[in-house]
Design a binder for this molecule. Structure first.
Ligand code: UDX
Length: 447
C-alpha cells in the first residue's frame, strides 16, 4: 500500500487523533500547530488533553509524525492538506469559521502547480468547501488543488478507536483525482491493515470499512445529520423517561424492549440529564440555524434542543422538592466533564447545575476524577470524593465515571448529612444504595 506525505492543520481532538491514525496507517504526517505550548507538548510526545491510548499510539509512530509551527516546512512535500481546526459556536448560535478561513489564507501562498487535495475535516455548514475553493482561486489563481469534505465522527474518550476503526468513511468530492488520493490515504484503514494497541484489537472489524462517495454538500450535511439524529435519540429517551416518572413505567425496561428492534438499536438510549460536550449542543444549534437561514424550519430539531436544555433542570426540581428547597443545603456535584474519560468541560452539565444550585441558595462542592487538570474557578470543588460528600444533604451524579459506579456507597453514605442521591445518569447500583439507606432518585427508573 502506498505511503503518502500529508499535512494536518490543527492538533485538537480531531486533528491529532486523525494524524496519529494516519501515521499508524503508514503515512508520513506533518502536523501544523500554531499554539506553541501545545506544540511543545506534542514534540515531547505528550498529548495536551486527556484521551485514552493516544499517547501510546503516538510513541509507536514517532518516526512518521512531525509537529511544527512552520507551515512552509509542513507543506513542503505533502500532496494532501487536512484542515482540522475548531469551528466553535458564535454568540448567535451560528458557526465561527474564522479558524478555517485563517488556515486557508495561511495556506494559499504555498499552493502551486503541484496538485494538492485540501481535505476539510472540521464540521462546517453546507457550502463551506465551495467557499474555500472560491477563496483559494482568488488568492492563488495558478494553484492546482481540489477541496474535499471528509467529516470525522470520532467520540471523545474513544477517539483513537473511532479513528482507526470507523463505522464508515465519507468522501465528499466531485473530482476523480482527489477521490483516488483519498482512497489511497484510507486504504490501510478500509482494509483493516493497520497495527493497533492491544486494547483496540477486540474492536477490529471483520469486514472492510464501508466508503461513501458523495458530493461535498452531502458530506458536510451528513455530519450534522448524524449528530442531530443521535441527539434526537437522547432527547427522545429522556422524554420517555420523563413519562415514566409521571407514570409507573420504568425506562430501563422500555429500553430493553426498544433495543431488540433492529430498526431502533440499543445505542444512545441512555436516559439522563441530557447531552453536553463540544459537538451535540453546538452542531444541533448550527443545523437548526442553517435550516432556518435556508428558509426551512426544522421543528423536530428545535424540540430536541429544547428538551435537552430543560432536562437537567427537571431533575434538579425533583431534588429541590425532596429537600424542601435548596437554600442552606449542601449539595455534592459528582462529575464536571461532559462525559467520562475526558477532562473536557465544554457544555458541562455539572458546571451549569452547580451554578444554578448556588443561585438557588445551596452551598455546592463539586468533584471530578480529573479535577486537577480542569482549572475550575467558578464553583467550589474538592478533589477528594469523601470530603466532597461530607455533611452533604444530597449528591447529584452528573457524569458516570467508573469511580462513582464502583464507590463504596455504604461507607460514603455514613459521612453525608442526609443520604439522598440523584443519579442523573441512571448509572449507580440502585439496590446497593437502597440497602445503604439512601433515598434514590433517578431519571425514569421506577423499579
Ligand atoms: C459525539 C458523536 O458521538 C461523535 O460521532 C461526533 O463526532 C462528536 O460528537 P462526543 O461528544 O465525544 O461525540 O460524545 P458522545 O459519546 O456522543 O456523548 C455526547 C453526550 O451525549 C454526552 O454528554 C453523553 O453523556 C450524552 N449521552 C450519550 C446521553 O446522554 N445518552 C446516551 O445514550 C449517549
Amino acid at each position: 500500500m502506498q505511503s503518502l506525505e500529508i499535512t494536518v492543520i490543527g492538533a485538537g481532538y480531531v486533528g491529532l487523533s486523525t494524524a496519529i491514525a494516519l501515521a499508524m496507517a503508514n503515512h508520513r504526517v506533518h502536523v501544523f500547530e500554531r499554539n506553541l505550548e501545545r506544540l511543545q507538548a506534542l514534540q515531547n510526545q505528550c498529548i495536551p488533553f486527556a484521551e485514552p491510548l493516544l499517547e501510546i499510539a503516538l510513541q509507536a509512530v514517532q518516526d512518521r509524525i512531525f509537529f511544527t509551527a512552520n507551515l512552509a516546512k509542513a507543506l513542503e512535500s505533502s500532496s494532501m492538506v487536512m484542515l482540522a481546526v475548531g469551528t466553535p459556536p458564535t454568540p448567535a448560535q451560528g458557526v465561527d469559521l474564522s479558524q478555517v478561513f485563517d488556515a486557508v489564507h495561511q495556506l494559499a501562498p504555498y499552493l502551486n502547480q503541484t496538485p494538492r487535495v485540501i481535505v476539510l475535516k472540521s464540521t462546517v455548514p453546507v457550502g463551506t468547501s465551495e467557499e474555500i475553493t472560491a477563496t483559494l482561486k482568488n488568492l492563488a489563481p495558478n494553484a492546482v488543488f481540489s477541496v474535499s469534505s471528509n467529516p470525522e465522527f470520532l467520540r471523545q474518550g474513544r477517539a483513537l478507536r473511532d479513528a482507526v476503526f470507523p463505522d464508515r468513511i465519507v468522501l465528499g468530492t466531485s473530482q476523480t483525482w482527489a477521490l483516488e488520493q483519498l482512497e489511497m490515504l484510507y486504504a490501510p484503514i478500509i482494509e483493516g491493515k493497520i497495527q493497533v494497541p492491544p486494547e483496540l484489537e477486540p474492536f477490529r472489524p471483520t469486514q472492510p470499512i464501508p466508503v461513501l462517495r458523495v458530493s461535498n454538500a452531502s458530506a458536510e450535511l451528513a455530519k450534522y445529520a448524524a449528530n442531530a439524529f443521535l441527539a434526537m435519540k437522547i432527547s427522545f429517551i429522556n422524554e420517555i423517561a420523563n413519562v415514566c416518572d409521571a407514570t409507573s413505567a420504568d425506562v430501563d425496561e422500555i429500553v430493553s424492549v426498544l433495543a431488540l428492534d433492529k430498526r431502533i438499536g440499543s445505542d444512545f438510549l441512555q436516559a439522563g440529564l441530557g447531552y453536553g460536550g463540544s459537538c451535540f449542543p453546538k452542531d444541533t444549534r448550527a443545523l437548526n440555524q442553517l435550516a432556518s437561514k435556508s428558509g426551512y424550519e426544522f421543528r423536530l430539531l428545535r424540540a430536541v434542543i429544547e428538551v435537552n436544555s430543560q432536562q437537567r433542570f427537571k431533575a434538579l426540581e425533583r431534588l429541590e422538592r425532596v429537600l424542601n428547597g435548596f437554600r442552606g443545603k449542601r449539595i455534592a456535584v459528582l462529575g464536571l466533564s461532559f462525559k467520562p474519560d475526558t477532562d473536557d468541560l465544554r457544555e458541562s452539565i455539572g458546571l451549569e447545575l452547580s451554578l444554578e444550585l448556588l443561585a438557588r441558595g445551596a452551598s455546592v462542592v463539586a468533584h471530578d476524577p480529573m479535577l486537577e487538570q480542569m482549572n475550575v474557578k467558578s464553583i467550589p470543588t474538592n478533589t477528594n470524593l469523601e470530603m466532597c460528600l461530607t455533611d452533604a444533604d444530597a449528591a447529584i451524579l452528573v457524569t458516570e465515571w467508573l469511580e462513582y459506579k464502583n464507590a463504596d456507597w455504604t461507607e460514603l453514605g455514613k459521612v453525608m448529612k442526609q443520604r439522598i442521591i440523584l443519579d442523573g445518569r441512571n448509572a449507580l447500583p440502585k439496590n446497593t444504595l437502597l440497602e445503604a439507606g439512601f433515598s434514590y432518585l433517578a431519571i425514569g427508573r421506577n423499579l
